[in-house]
Design a protein around this ligand. Structure first.
Ligand code: SER
Length: 591
């Protein structure tokens, strides 16, 4: 058996031996990126470097990145879709390109993981008006022994990756598949179809373009390689498992859920419910236990977290599982991952407390919903609940439609599910329009404006510490658009009017002092010794950048920043509010 620990260790060692620096997983909550809620790929935290900024650890990097993708949430319950997953990756920042990348992928798969080359198939970009047919990659695969009939040329829809937002680095990719021992689904069967014969395990993106807001592609100043391998899926394939739930990261939780299931249900239904619980509780554990952990709420990341926990609980009800079993599952995950993601263990109490609180809250919601349901029953006509009424139960009381359907069935009442769907879609379209608005900025832009706002966050943190006289204040989140900064920090109470004015004055004082901004690279240990602020997690002997602004602020940060604080203009706080318990949020602008 090959375990997830084996695969992580082998992957990092292989690329380390080939000159790659091992970097640690970034937080699940992206920094300074208003366009996405969660880190969705290993390349995501590396965007500035893919665009040409120098990375302090060099041009060859490798890591295992925590990722969350919630787009496929409705698919969870099948064998391969997860809302959380780990992505193994290696990068060339303007260093090696296609030939070396493909050679190493082939070597790693066949010599280190001992996959029979006969079981490998690949796809390459077929070419179009934006970029040529990728014969370089096809020839590279062929030279290693992949026969032409297992090299598939596919269009942009399949073999192009990125940008992650609307603009940014992207390019053709070559994808690597394990061929399962089953017949072709049709004469056209290829990795592009979803019949299950071809399982994608690795994606090597050759980032040579920067997509512009007008839809055109211009060559990047440097050619990069960005690869991503799905850890859970690959471990499943290597062990001959049908699903990721049989791998060592899930098996103990699946066993627990089976053992505690009290309900008598058809096996397929029970299995699906257990997979959904196992997936959602794992994702919730990682979100709560993240170094920038979020808590359940009604907006942004907190809302997704809330939905995951509530959905898990709903399926637990189906299986007649006590909510304490879900807490037990979270503890098991913390145990499984504690050496790889030390933050989970460090935040163990928080994870379990927040989970419990949210589950208790949801129980109350359900009780309230049940009361509303009873009231509703007295007014219904023709023994049928209208779509509007069902939607109101969901929208106003948080009562899931599935619960309404179950109760209605018990009471011999029907529900206008089509009408419900219509209301739901209308609502979704409205919120989607909001989400798209958010998306419009493209992936974190790195313009002069955002650099200045970023510099302002450093002055703000230093000023908060000074004015409030509290050295334990830390950055808990940051999000910058071209118009404003948003900064989260730990502080137990709202700031007073006077304090807000004093913080503003302090930042403006630092701007008027026209401090030159310098950047030095040093080890994390030296940064700590030098008195720089930042979150210290020294799992690797990392080299970091330290930005100094006169004697006012010294902070570990990836940049970019303005050259002098004098460039910033006038700083103004436009809002101070609560973000979550113990965390305050400031929104500010530069005029
Ligand atoms: N960015 C690519 C992906 O997400 C490769 O890492 O698949």
């Amino acid at each position: 058996m090959i375990t997830s620990n084996d695969l992580r260790a082998k992957y990092l060692a292989f690329f380390q031996e080939r000159g790659h620096a091992v970097i640690r997983s970034a937080s699940l909550i992206p920094d300074n990126d208003p366009t996405v809620l969660f880190t969705t790929a290993g390349m995501h935290p590396l965007v500035p470097y893919l665009l040409g900024a120098t990375h302090p650890q060099g041009k060859r990097l490798t890591d295992v990145q925590k990722c969350v993708r919630t787009g496929d949430i409705d698919e969870v319950g099948d064998g391969t879709h997860c809302t959380f997953f780990e992505m193994l990756g290696n990068w060339s920042l303007g260093d090696y390109f296609k030939k070396e990348s493909i050679g190493w992928s082939y070597e790693f798969l066949t010599k280190v993981l001992h996959i029979d080359p006969e079981r490998l198939a690949v796809s390459v970009f077929a070419g179009d008006a934006d970029a040529p047919r990728d014969e370089v990659s096809a020839d590279a695969w062929f030279s290693h022994g992949i026969p032409r009939n297992r090299i598939f040329y596919l269009p942009k829809k399949n073999n192009w990756w990125g940008p992650a937002g609307l603009t940014g680095p992207c390019g053709p990719d070559t994808e690597i598949f394990i061929v399962r021992d089953m017949p072709d689904c049709s004469p056209q069967c290829s990795p592009a179809c979803n019949c299950g014969k071809y399982v994608e395990i690795w994606n090597n993106v050759f980032m040579e373009y920067n997509k512009q807001a007008d839809g055109s592609y211009i060559p990047l100043s440097q050619k990069n390689v960005d690869t991503g391998m799905g850890l859970e899926r690959t471990v499943a394939m290597l062990n001959g498992y049908q699903t990721v739930y049989e791998t060592d990261v899930f098996a103990p939780v699946m066993a627990l859920l089976s053992q505690k299931t009290a309900a008598v249900l058809p096996e397929a239904e029970a299995t699906r419910a257990r997979r959904i619980i196992a997936d959602h509780i794992r994702t919730a554990t990682f979100m709560l236990g993240d170094e920038k952990g979020v808590t359940p709420s009604n907006v942004d990341q907190g809302y997704i977290l809330r939905r995951l926990i509530r959905r898990a609980l709903r399926f637990a009800r189906k299986l007649e599982l006590d909510s304490s079993v879900l807490l037990e599952a979270a503890s098991i995950y913390i145990g499984i991952y504690k050496d790889i993601y030390t933050e989970l263990f460090a935040n163990k109490n928080k994870v379990l407390e927040e989970l419990k609180t949210e589950m208790d809250k949801f129980s109350l919601t359900l009780q309230q919903g049940l009361k509303e349901f009873e009231k509703l029953r007295q007014y219904i006509q023709n023994n049928r609940i209208s779509g509007k009424a069902a939607f109101r139960l969901y929208d106003t009381f948080g009562f899931p439609i599935e619960m309404t359907l179950e109760l209605a069935a018990d009471a011999g009442i029907s529900v206008d599910t089509e009408g419900y769907e219509e209301c739901y879609k209308e609502h979704q379209l409205k919120s989607q329009a909001g989400a798209e608005q958010k998306f419009k900025g493209g992936l974190a832009d790195h313009t002069e404006e955002t650099a200045k706002l970023h510099t302002a966050t450093h002055l703000l943190l230093a000023s908060l510490k000074k004015v409030l006289g509290d050295d334990s204040i830390q950055q808990k989140g940051s999000n910058i658009t071209a118009e404003r900064l948003r900064f989260d920090f730990n502080f137990p109470r709202p700031l007073t009017e006077e304090e807000i004015k004093a913080v503003e004055a302090a930042v403006n004082g630092a701007i008027q002092a026209k401090y030159a901004i310098t950047c030095e690279e040093m080890s994390l240990e030296d940064a700590k010794k030098s008195g720089a602020t930042g979150v210290f997690e020294s799992r690797y002997h990392e080299i970091v950048k330290v930005y100094t602004m006169g004697n006012y602020s010294k902070e570990i940060c990836g940049g970019p920043h303005a050259a002098n604080t004098g460039e910033l203009g006038v700083f103004e706080i436009i809002k101070e509010q609560s973000s979550s318990s113990g965390i305050r949020r400031i929104k500010a602008i530069l005029k």
